[in-house]
Design a protein around this ligand. Structure first.
Ligand code: FUB
Length: 340
């Protein structure tokens, strides 16, 4: 951890934004970090941002990513290896455009990369690609996962080794187009005083390539036990769900999107309902906020991104990591990403 502290100290005062952490890599732009420890080593599965020259819009067309590069570290604060192209849009037979936030899982010595990508009808689907190595290259299945829709997959492995896929996101993530169980060209948002659109989750089948059953809503409740409302912009689910387990409790954390926070809710049951607790990370430099949380070598870390390296360009982000702390009652101490 000393090395991390040194990096932090070096950073202080050198960055116009007052960032507490350095980008993990600066040879490419990286975003949406999904972190996992496989065989004692830390792997980060990020999006790979680049300048596609596409004007910004609410649909996120400017996030036009075309491949994935995986990062790894032997120790926190140590050297970071960027492993080159692990999967390219050119390798995916059903590909349309936009390789957004991926995640990965491991089972029986095989590694699985779950990736959201629009198909040739411009509908987000979730694809799976396999490799014998955690850093790829990954070979995609010929079709997207049957029954998949929307984006931001996050795979959680429970203590019994069963894997679960959490996913979904509104606005450009298209979740609001699936309220009738089939894709609609029209957005269909609940009224502001109605329950919000919730993230989805489903058990993964033994083959890790398909869903075991139909995705269900994961309910996020307020302190009175009522579903968080669509108009509750500081708390309602937008995108980037992530699940981790700490001291026997499940934590569902996610982005509030247009209010730019990472917030979390807790439950004793993986499939919920979850009770809203508070903020993990306040808005960062850049529009999007996306994270993961993982334990590595006995400490808990928050992985996030911001746009400090690109001087604030929202679609050119960099992955960072920082130690995450918990209070004695299991609630999370919000991480302050910038020096005041
Ligand atoms: O990187 C593209 C999209 O931006 C992700 O899928 C969202 O979570 C947001 O970070």
């Amino acid at each position: 951890h000393e090395q991390q502290d040194t990096k932090n100290a070096e950073q202080k005062g050198l960055d116009e934004y007052g960032s507490k952490s350095l980008p993990l890599v600066s040879n490419i732009y990286t975003a949406d970090p999904s972190a996992h420890v496989f065989d004692g080593k830390l792997y980060i599965y990020p999006s790979h941002d680049y300048e596609a020259g596409i004007p910004q819009n609410d649909n996120g067309d400017h996030f036009a990513m075309r491949d994935y590069h995986i990062l790894s570290m032997d120790e926190a604060g140590g050297d970071v290896t960027e492993h080159g192209v692990a999967l390219s849009v050119d390798d995916v037979p059903w590909a349309g455009r936009q390789m957004w936030a991926p995640d990965a899982a491991s089972k029986n010595g095989q590694y699985y990369l779950y990736f959201p990508l629009k198909d040739q009808q411009d509908i987000f689907r979730i694809g799976v690609a396999k490799s014998g190595s955690p850093v790829g290259p990954f070979i995609p299945e010929p079709e997207p996962m049957a029954g998949s829709f929307s984006m931001d997959p996050a795979v959680f492995e429970d203590d019994d080794q069963q894997h679960y896929l959490f996913f979904g996101g509104i606005w450009g993530g298209q979740l609001q187009r699936w309220t009738k169980d089939e894709y609609s060209q029209q957005d269909d948002y609940p009224a502001d005083d109605a329950p919000a659109l919730m993230p989805k989750a489903v058990k993964l089948a033994d083959d890790m390539l398909s869903m075991d059953g139909n995705p269900q809503d994961i309910m996020i409740l307020d302190e009175s036990g009522e579903p968080i409302k669509q108009g509750d912009l500081d708390r309602r689910f937008f995108e980037a769900a992530w699940v981790h387990k700490y001291q026997g409790n499940y934590y569902l954390s996610y982005s509030t999107g247009d209010t730019h926070k990472i917030v979390y809710a807790m439950s004793e049951n993986l499939m919920g309902p979850y009770t809203f607790k508070g903020v993990v990370l306040d808005p960062v430099i850049g529009w999007t906020n996306h994270h993961s949380i993982a334990e590595f070598q006995g400490k808990w870390y928050l992985f996030y991104h911001d746009s400090t390296l690109s001087k604030g360009q929202t679609h050119l982000r960099s992955v960072k990591m920082a130690e995450l702390e918990y209070n004695d009652d299991g609630t999370i101490v919000p991480y302050q990403a910038y020096y005041p």
